[in-house]
Design a protein around this ligand. Structure first.
Ligand code: C5P
Length: 400
């Protein structure tokens, strides 16, 4: 996987060299981007030698001598699209301020705005700068936007003061990066069953009832769990999505088929995540012949489908059970109701009327409602990030 490492101008910049080495040991392909002030502390040559790649230092032109050209002027877009993650270590108070306020003053701050990849920052600065309300406000803004922060450590600082502000240990930064990329094998030995997509309930041989589910959330969960070392069974209604590598894929069509597949395969799973938008009703009788057009009103009689999640909830054992709740109103109330009614350990609730949430988007805005009463609201994140946050909670529940 490819990451960009932004190095900004602090005494801790020299530690970024060691960090590059450790990231490479994790098989990450590192492109270093340096701010102008970082180059006062350490030369690009060090990073070029370590990565075997030209270090990006300027927005326009590869170095001060070279004239601006089209390739370098649009390079930030190319890098932004290429990377799986943007890491900034050390991150100065200045760069946090630029990120928080959307100021695209140089290559690194422009890259932050241009990329859709997850962002990790490891701040390092003088203790007073760290504790300043301006810095803390900026961090709050960034956290709310889904930026991952590796907090600095307490200790002796280069300025002679003691307190918080020392760059986090290299291992802590590497751990966070690998965690966000889903490269930690913390689900090794577990079987995770995920349902995804819509179901189709036949009305007649050519028509069916369905919904707007794309399957993206469930497929992201399957991919994330698989990357974290789990054996994954993905029971999927009809979607156009590619099947994640290494996943045991079980295609189904109707709620009844999904129910049978889930009941059969749940036995082998320690974790069941029902992300599918299962139909709650189906035509009471599917017609064997195509319904003909007529002048009278047509009434379609529907009957409830079996609630797969609630069925599993009744014979749950030690299994962790996660359900989804797509709501258009009274989110918390409905989610808490489902938690109890379905016997689930967690309900992932989203308000599908919100921009950037729900069906057929690449992002989601959810709140996790947990059996112990906790509520974990998450900012707008990619569905892959949401998947990893859900799996983090699942792991905590497993460890209890
Ligand atoms: O009650 P509601 O359909 O909103 O609940 C949503 C949750 O229940 C989802 O996790 C969905 O996969 C699951 N469900 C189910 N069987 C149904 C309907 C929903 O397992 N028939």
């Amino acid at each position: 996987m490819k990451i960009a490492l932004g190095v900004t101008g602090g005494v801790a910049a020299y530690k970024a060299a060691e960090l590059v080495r450790r990231l490479q040991q994790e098989k990450l392909d590192v492109q270093v981007v340096m701010t102008r002030s970082a180059r006062e502390f350490i030369t690009p040559l060090t990073f070029a030698a370590l990565t075997g790649k030209k270090v990006i230092t300027e927005m326009f032109g590869a170095d001060d001598a070279a004239p601006a050209n089209v390739e370098s002027a649009i390079e930030h877009i190319a890098v932004a699209q290429r990377i799986d993650l943007l890491l900034v270590a050390p991150a100065t108070a200045d760069i946090l301020g630029q990120f928080a306020h959307g100021i695209a003053g140089d290559f690194l701050s422009t890259l932050y705005l241009a990329t859709k990849a997850p962002v990790v920052v490891a701040p390092a600065m003088n203790v007073n700068m760290w504790e300043h309300p301006a810095t803390q406000e900026n961090l709050k803004t960034l956290r709310a936007r889904g930026v991952h922060v590796v907090d600095p450590e307490e200790g002796y600082l280069a300025c002679g003061m003691t307190g918080a502000g020392r760059l986090a240990a290299t291992e802590a930064i590497v751990e966070k990066v690998c965690g966000v990329l889903g490269l930690r094998h913390d689900l090794e030995g577990q079987t995770v069953l995920v349902t995804a997509g819509p179901t189709r309930e036949d009305i007649d041989p050519v028509r069916f009832l369905t919904n707007r589910s794309s399957g993206k959330m469930g497929y992201a969960l399957a991919e994330a769990a698989s990357r974290r070392g789990a054996r994954v069974v993905l029971i999927s209604g009809p979607t156009d999505l590619p099947v994640p590598e290494g996943v045991d894929w079980v295609p189904v069509r109707t709620t009844e088929e999904m129910r049978n597949a889930v009941r059969e395969r749940a036995r082998e799973a320690q974790v069941v995540i029902m992300a599918a938008a299962v139909s709650d009703y189906r035509p009471a009788a599917a017609q064997s012949q195509k319904l003909k057009r007529g002048d009278d009103r047509l009434t379609l009689e529907l009957e409830p489908t079996p609630d797969i999640l609630a069925e599993l909830g009744r014979e749950k054992g030690s299994r962790i059970l996660v359900g989804f709740a797509a709501e258009t109103d009274r989110l918390a109330e409905n989610a808490r109701g489902k938690l109890a009614r379905k016997g689930a350990d967690m309900i992932v609730a989203n308000d599908v009327t919100q921009e950037g949430a729900g069906f057929d988007t690449d992002t989601n805005i959810v709140t996790l409602f947990l059996r112990d009463g906790r509520e974990v609201p998450l900012p707008k994140l990619s569905k892959f990030d949401v998947a990893n946050r859900i799996l983090d909670q699942v792991l905590q529940l497993r460890q209890r």
